[in-house]
Every structure is written in structure tokens, then in C-alpha cells.
Design a protein around this ligand. Sequence first.
Ligand SMILES: Cc1cc2nc3c(=O)[nH]c(=O)nc-3n(C[C@H](O)[C@H](O)[C@H](O)COP(=O)(O)OP(=O)(O)OC[C@H]3O[C@@H](n4cnc5c(N)ncnc54)[C@H](O)[C@@H]3O)c2cc1C
Length: 808
Amino acid sequence: MKSHARVVVIGGGVVGCSILYHLTKFGWTDVVLLERSELTSGSTWHAAGGMHTINGDPNVAKLQKYTVELYKEIEEYSGQDIGLHMTSGMMLAATKERFDWMKSILAKGRYMGLEAELLTPKEAHDLMPLLDPDQFVGAVFDPVEGHLDPYGTTHAYAKSAKKNGAEIYLHTKVEDLVQREDGSWRVITNQGEIIAEHVVNAAGLWAREVGRMVGLELPVLAMEHMYLITEDMPEVIEFNQTRGKELMHCVDFDGEIYLRQERNGMLMGTYEKACRPWSPVTTPWDFGHELLAEDIDRISPELEVGFRHFPAFNRAGIKKVINGPFTFSPDGNPLVGPVRGLRNFWSACAVMAGFSQGGGVGLALANWMIDGDPGFDVFAMDVARYGDFATLAYTNAKVRENYSRRFSIRYPNEELPAARPLLTTPIYDRLKAAGAVFGASYGLETPLWFAPAGVEDHFSWRRSTDFDTVGDEARAVRAAVGLMETSGFAKYEIKGAGAEAWLDGMLACRIPAVGRMSLAPMLKDDGKLIGDFTLAKLGEQDFLLIGSGIAEDYHMRWFEAHLPENGSVSIRPLKLELVGLSIAGPKARDVLAALTHLDVGDKAFAFMDIRRMNLGMAPAIVGRVSYTGDVGYEIWMKPEYQRYLFDLILEKGAAFGIRLFGLRALNALRVEKSFGSWSREFRPLYGPLEAGLGRFVALGKPADFIGKAAAMREKAEGGQLRLRTFLLETRDADVIGDEPIYFDGAVRGWVTSGGYAHASGVSVALGYVPKEIADEEAGWAIELLGEILPARLQPYPLFDANGERMRG
Ligand SMILES: Cc1cc2nc3c(=O)[nH]c(=O)nc-3n(C[C@H](O)[C@H](O)[C@H](O)COP(=O)(O)OP(=O)(O)OC[C@H]3O[C@@H](n4cnc5c(N)ncnc54)[C@H](O)[C@@H]3O)c2cc1C
């Protein structure tokens, strides 16, 4: 065994082998893979080997497309047969609601060039005669689907990597990992030790145990999963003979089953409601090439529906039932990327669809290790999307929920119940008593809207039971004043003699004066957005940075990677040590004036000012800014003061007509101002000019901030895209995000978010289009739930276009 390597990949499943291949393909050839047994000895060997491109998240779908397209390359390069069967496939809907959902997936795929199409039940039956057309209302045909041999595929990656110079050591179990002073790792195995510059955890079923070697509790859990294989079926043989091809893959969402041809019979698997975690606390090291006991009773409700939908199965004998474990993260997407707080330690685990995603995971991770950037927008599978709230028990609850809902519809207004409530603020009970309907964001319960007694969310693709109330909340803000909780934002305290200079190099904006705030885009080296914050200077060496709550670990990883080593700067996420309330609307200033003896008039307390002040008896930090686009104030306080301040604001605000509002009304208000939000309009895909944030990028400031050269290039060349606002004439639904935008009949862009702007009484969509056509007045349309609706470009904010109300 080598004594040193640039990279040690732990785990010889399909994911580890893909990473090894990609590293070598991009030039890192001093790389080693360690496998405790034989290749494929984890979940890989008993996989059904199915793969497809369609995914609810377009960024994940792109990586799946890449994975499927890669197979020919590795088969040819390695000379290893991977048993590729590109059969094509269909997703079946048995209800209208389901079909609506499929149409939205299809529409998302449209702007990425996925060539799926809608089928009637009869057309579906013609293509797949095993199904009973009377059981379905429609289907989506996907030409890019199939299956392969898991063993052959893993070996094809491995052989390709070896051909490029990688080494693979079998029967070599990593037993411990110890970091050395220079950041490299002692990789201690049962066959000796290797020093590695980087370590990749691709340990699949044992990823959690490998994480624990370095003090991590990764949010990953294995679940038992069953599929059955039938004896030969005459219907299958006849189809093969008459049509000269295999039967295609099917996912029957309402039956919660998937099926495909296996030799002369069929394979049917399910994500059963009565699901069961496997080894919930510790994975045994002696687990190898064995299967788990079959438990057909557990999957019989799903099989019953499956057999009804595909009647030929009733006549078939069952040859065998496979039950094997494989791993999931709480939301079912992989956990990929550098792990915050650890140098040179990379995660590539919880890949539940290794044959659809393994190639994309390998590509992204190899890019990230070599270039410092994954090269795509991989937030949906970034290990940093979970913070310390994702404990073992949280993961267990969420993974079980996710597994059992694998084929369920997730409506855009649907909040899932498992592992809740977990994090709450001191006013949680008060908000609840006021009718708050909560969503959980980064573990924290956050009010979405305030429902009248007896009304609750009805989950739907279309406008729902909250529509009128959310409208009332939004209109109350525009007419008088609203109060909302803002504790869900991430808040970072930055202090130290070097703080200002460091922030000047990290953020693209100018550093504000003491007592002032700035909008602060943060760029990567390639000039794309990696953050969008509000920066407040509270003292010469004391800053408060406010940003997206869901990106707290993601941003902390970036900050920590760029901190100076001399200790002159400290940064710390304040989490719930600082909680927030916000008041907004034309009467907000009156409410604030009623809380303090200080002059909060427009001159004394101007737009973007921030002050420490006492409100009633409570010390607070008050900033004059509002995401509603109205005059407003963000009020930050220690949690022990939040209940007091909440009560006081409501009491003093009563005379001005104050009303509680939630995130849904906030969305209605911010789209009316064409304000973008992190993870929708602002993502690492877009440059600041493209995203309409160009004016906050201080290209003229002396500091050489990260991404400056690229931002200058973007300004000179104009970038590719533009963020635009569109108005839609819709009857009963609004965009959610990812709908295609058409120009002159062709798909040219995509929606990032939108909603009904209640105060203006119009449906709004924000989205990106190519810059060449971005200012065309006519010719626009947006696809919503299968209908192509005319859209109108809205060149300036619908509300308060000149910002007079916000600044005045
Ligand atoms: C019944 C079933 C059906 C499935 N069907 C499909 C399907 O149709 N399509 C699809 O895409 N996916 C399917 N999957 C899921 C698929 O199997 C996984 O996505 C995939 O195997 C994950 O691969 P991996 O490399 O991450 O993990 P694993 O395959 O678990 O590989 C991890 C490897 O790491 C090694 N290892 C662990 N710890 C150490 C250590 N300390 N030192 C050295 N080596 C170590 C293990 O021995 C193992 O070989 C199915 C899974 C099951 C169980």
C-alpha cells in the first residue's frame, strides 16, 4: 500500500468509484480508493439499477442527465460491460391532482431541454400493455430512462480510474482518521496507514460511522427497501417478440410502485408507508453481501394497488423478493461537499439513487476538490444545507417521512409534519394562539400566515384556503402597519481589529459608516453570487450581517475558509441568541415612535440607519429597512425580551391598526417590489448584474474583493441573463418557480418565484431570460399547470416604483 496520496476515497460503491474516476479524469491521478471488502459490498450490489433524468429539482435533474449520458463513456473507456438497457419510461397518474403535478415537472424539464411528453391512458397502454388504462388519467413519457448492471457499472468506473492512474485497495478497512497539523489526514486502516491530503467519505451504508471517526453526526440513515421479481410472464415474452424491444420502466405514483422488465419477467418495487429504518444507531461492520429478511406483509398494501393497476401481475408467480438497505438524508437528496469546520474532509454520502446521481455527484465533488467550486448549483445536495438541528433523532423522523412519501405529491403550500416543532422562539405560543400556521425552515418554526378559527391550509397546486387571509395581511401592511417575526434570518456577529478590512474583501458592497447599513452581495471568484446580505456597522470593530436562514452553515463554511489566520477577525452565527420582529407599513414609524422617547423621524432615523435603542424597557437594535418595500423597521433583541416587545408592539400598534402577517404575505409584498430572494432569484448561477444587484457592487472601491475581476468583466460584457418581472392573467393559480418562460413561442427562460401581489391585485412571476430579449415589451408567455398563459413584462416595481414610500 502507498504511504501517501493526494486523495483517499473511502468506499468502493458506485459513488466512491465515480468520484475516483472523475478525479483522475480531471488530472488528479495520485488518488487511492479503500474498500473494506470487495467493490459494491454496501448497498450497491443489490440495487435494481434503474436510472432516469427527471427530478423535482432542476439542478439535481441536470446532474442526473449528466450521469445517464456518462454511461457510454465509461463503458467504452473501461471496456467493462455495464449491461445498459435504455428502455425509456413513463410516470403514471391515477388522479387529476397527480397529473397536474406531473405537468409541472414536465414544464420544469422543458427549459432544461428534457424531452418528456404527455400521454393519454390509451397511448400509455399502447406503449406498456401490462397496465390497465382505466386506472389512470394520464402519463408522462421520458425517453431517457433505463437500467443497468450495478456491478458492471461500478467496475467500469473503477477500471476507468485505474486506467488513469488511480489505485484501489480491497479488503482495507479504514478504522480511524486523525488530522495532522498541516491539515492532511492519517488514514488508519487494518492494513496500515496512508497520509492523505484529502479524505472523501463515500462509505455509503457506513458513512455515518466514518463521519463519527472525525466527530461528525451526519444526517443519514439506512432504510430497508424491497422489490420482487416475478417468474417469466407470457405477456412480457409476447411483447418482446412482437415489438422487438423490452418493456419500458414505469413509476405508478398512486400505486407508489416502480416496475421494469427483468429477463422474461418483471421487477416491482415500492416505497411502502410502513417503512422501516435499518440499523438506526450503528451499522454493523460485519454486514456484507447478505440480504435482509423479506417482509412481504409490510409492502402488501402497495402491491395490492400495483397488481390492480397492472393486472398481469395477478397471474404471475413471484420468483424472489429482495430486501436490502440503502441510505437517505432527511430530504432524500445526497450530502455532498466540504464539511464545515473540517479541513480537507469531503462528504459524498446519502446518495439514494446512485445510478441516476452517482455520475453527477462524482463530477461535482471532483470539480469542488480541484477547482474550489462544484461548477454547478448544487445547493440541493450540499451537505451544508443541514445545521446542528439535524440530530440522529431528527434524521430518523425525517428520513422515515421522506421514504414513505417518495411517490407522494408535495404541494407547494404543504409543510411536512415530522420532527416538529423542534426549534421555537419565545413568542411561538403567542403566535400559535393568534392562529399562526407554521412552516419549518432550518429547523425553526416560522409563521406562514394567521388563519381564522376553523380554517387551515388545504394543500393544492392552485390558490387555496389561505388566499383571502394572506391578502388581508398584505393589504394591512400597505394600508397601515404589519408585524412579523424575523428570527429565521441568519445573523452573524463579526468583530475584531481586522473585521472591516476582511468584510471589505469578502463582500462586494462598500462598508457602511457606523450606524448605517448596506445591501451586500457576496461573490465567488467567478463573479457569481454566493450570498446576499444586509451589512450593519454597529461600531468601529463591530458588525452585524443578516442573511438567508437556510444558508447559515453554507455561508459559515465560506466565511471560515476565508478567515485570516492571525485572529484579527471573529465571526459567529448568533442563531437564536438574537431574535427579531419587524414592523412595516405607512404607520410603522408611528408605532416605533410610540415605543421610544428618541426622535425616529425621517431625518433623525433615515432609511438604512441602524441604532441600539431601548423600546419600552427592552434593549434592542433597530434598523430602518424592510423587505416589504414599505417604510419599515427590523428590530433585533435577545430572546428574553421578545415576548415583552411583541406584546408592547401589539399594544402600542393597536391604535394604528397593526396586524400580524407571515411569510406568505411577505412574499406577496416583495414580489410587488420585484425584490429577489436567496435560493430563488439569487443563486450561484447568476452574476450580480444579471440578478439586478449591479448597483450594490462597488467596483470602484479600493478593496480587491472576491469576484471583483469577474464582476468587472460581467459589467463590460453584460452577462448572459436578466432577472425580469412579469404579470400574468391567471384564474386560480400562481407560479411557484421553475415554470418555463416563452418568448415568441419558444422556451427562453425560467421562473424563479412569484405569487399573487395582493395589494396590487395581480399575479406576478420573477424569472431569468436572455439579455438580448429582456426588454422586449411583447411576445411573452409562461406555462402554468399545463396552460401557456400570456405574460406582460413589468419594467419597474408594481408598488412604489421610485422607492419614495420606503425612503420617505
Ligand atoms: C433493494 C435496493 C434497490 C435499489 N434500486 C436502485 C435503483 O434502481 N436505482 C438507483 O439508482 N439506486 C438504487 N438503489 C440505491 C443504490 O443502491 C444506492 O444509491 C447506491 O448503492 C449508493 O452507493 P454508495 O457508493 O453511496 O454506497 P455503498 O454501495 O453502500 O458503498 C459504500 C462502500 O464503502 C465501503 N466502506 C464503508 N466503510 C468503509 C471503511 N471504513 N473502510 C473501507 N471501506 C468502507 C463499503 O464496504 C461499501 O462497499 C437501491 C438500493 C436497494 C437496497
